[in-house]
Design a protein around this ligand. Structure first.
Ligand SMILES: Cc1cc2nc3c(=O)[nH]c(=O)nc-3n(C[C@H](O)[C@H](O)[C@H](O)COP(=O)(O)OP(=O)(O)OC[C@H]3O[C@@H](n4cnc5c(N)ncnc54)[C@H](O)[C@@H]3O)c2cc1C
Length: 430
């Protein structure tokens, strides 16, 4: 503490952005006993919290494990709908594929929960995190080098110095720009219209993904018997659909998805999200790391963005914990630690980004002949146990090293703080 004062550094880690990923990271760091600040621009209970909105998120089994370890899963479980089956089809073509979790000895491929519920559970847990300074609502305006750290200029006029600044501030990250890190941005020319639905047929836990000329449509099971809709359209079509009354909107949607869920009866509030791929050129700069959407914002087609971002967060916590256990955690912003984080994230990040982007492009390509290739692909996929097993693995983490918390293992923290706050329960591998 006295060293920190001498250096003018007030916290070891400042997390900018208290959305789904930043909030999870703040909880994951608890066993390390570090001084951490979480700075979020929107007040915790505000209806406008952009990360904790009405969207539904499909959480893979790796994510469930991480949330169990962080102690937030019991609060989410009553409102989590298991995905027991996946059905993929291509509008106007014969190919389709079906997967059943039971065939892979899984209880479920994943769980669908609304972001508001995930946010509520994270917020409740954050309130009890020892050593965490919560600054909400507070926005970071600028970041600049200062002594042995970085100084965050806050929009309230205050400032804060940290050894390490974590950019968890979303796809338009201020921290990423301040660190001079560029990002490749590809506009998909698509908008996702998101809403909750009610249909005449009770859900059997099937998640439907239907590829149409306008883009993919996902219909996901929800715990209260409703369905979560992610309807991808061209910007012009999305604007037209948004202007329709509920009955006309349901009629158009019914035509697009068919009758697999029965008659569509009701649609709730519709929100629209323009879709683009944002990919930072690198994950680290001086005393700065990127996590979640600040690192990569993906198309929602495969439901991977948050799952991937959470693995960023817990990998960073793991790298710091390992250094602490080895007695090497003198400076959380040390270049070798940040490099270890970037290196450990490479394969997972590249794999998920390529897979998601490839899926958008393969099914978005309406050239003659490509549809037949897709039919064949779906058919072979439907028949091939190996391909299905590979897809079911996505639920656990894509490639490369799976973070310890996603494997149900503790972070491996040394010292009294680790022993006191070490969550995770008994050690177990999946
Ligand atoms: C339609 C749709 C469906 C999706 N479905 C899935 C799915 O099924 N599965 C899945 O895994 N992923 C899904 N995703 C992706 C997922 O929503 C994102 O990956 C996730 O929200 C990223 O969280 P984040 O915390 O990194 O960023 P964000 O959610 O963008 O949060 C960033 C936070 O930073 C705050 N902030 C921003 N700037 C500042 C500043 N200057 N100072 C302080 N605070 C700041 C913001 O207020 C916000 O709270 C979907 C996305 C969309 C659009």
């Amino acid at each position: 503490m006295s060293d920190r004062r001498r250096d003018g550094v007030e916290v070891e880690v400042a997390i900018v952005g208290g959305g789904l990923v930043g909030a999870s990271l703040a909880i994951a760091l608890e066993p390390l006993g570090l001084r951490v600040a979480l700075i979020e621009g929107v007040a915790p209970q505000a209806d406008s919290q952009p990360s904790f909105d009405d969207r539904t998120t499909a959480l893979g089994n790796g994510t469930r494990r991480i949330f169990e370890s962080l102690g937030v899963w019991p609060d989410m479980l009553p409102q989590a709908a298991p995905i027991r089956r996946i059905h993929v089809s291509d509008a106007g073509r014969f190919g389709f594929a079906r997967l059943a979790a039971a065939d892979h000895d899984l209880e479920a491929f994943g769980y669908v929960i609304t972001n508001r519920v995930i946010g509520g559970a994270l917020r409740a847990r954050l309130a009890g995190v020892a050593g965490l300074e919560l600054r909400m609502p507070e926005r970071v305006g600028a970041v600049r080098p200062a002594g042995q750290g970085l100084e965050l200029a806050l929009e309230s006029g205050a400032s804060l110095r940290a050894q390490l600044v974590v950019a968890a501030d979303g796809a338009n990250s201020v921290v990423r720009a301040a660190a001079g890190l560029g990002a490749e941005i590809e506009d998909y020319g698509q908008v996702a219209v998101v809403a909750h639905l009610r249909a005449s047929q009770p859900s059997d836990g099937t998640a439907y993904e239907r590829f149409t000329p306008n883009g993919p449509i996902a219909v996901l099971p929800l715990a209260d018997g409703a369905l979560g809709l992610v309807w991808t359209l061209s910007p012009a079509e999305a604007a037209r659909v948004q202007a329709l009354d509920d009955a006309a909107c349901l009629a158009q949607l019914q035509q697009a998805i068919g009758w697999r869920v029965g008659r569509l009866l009701q649609i709730g509030r519709r929100n629209a999200y323009p879709l683009r791929l944002t990919r930072a050129e690198t994950l680290v700069a001086a005393r700065t790391v990127l996590v979640g959407n600040a690192a990569q914002g993906l198309h929602p087609v495969a439901g991977q963005g948050f799952n991937l971002g959470l693995r960023d967060a817990v990998t960073l916590a793991e790298v710091l914990a390992e250094a602490q256990a080895a007695g090497r955690l003198v400076d959380c912003g040390a270049a070798e630690l940040l490099e270890a984080y970037a290196q450990r994230r490479r394969a997972d990040r590249d794999g998920v980004t390529r897979f998601t982007d490839g899926l958008v492009k393969l099914f978005g390509d309406r050239r003659t002949g490509i549809g037949a290739v897709r039919d064949l692909g779906l058919l072979l996929f439907d028949l091939s146990p190996t391909a299905k097993a590979a897809l079911s693995r996505i639920s656990w983490g894509f490639a490369g090293r799976t973070p310890r918390l996603a494997r149900g293992l503790r972070l491996g923290v040394g010292g009294a703080a680790g022993a006191a706050a070490g969550f995770g329960g008994p050690e177990r591998e999946p």
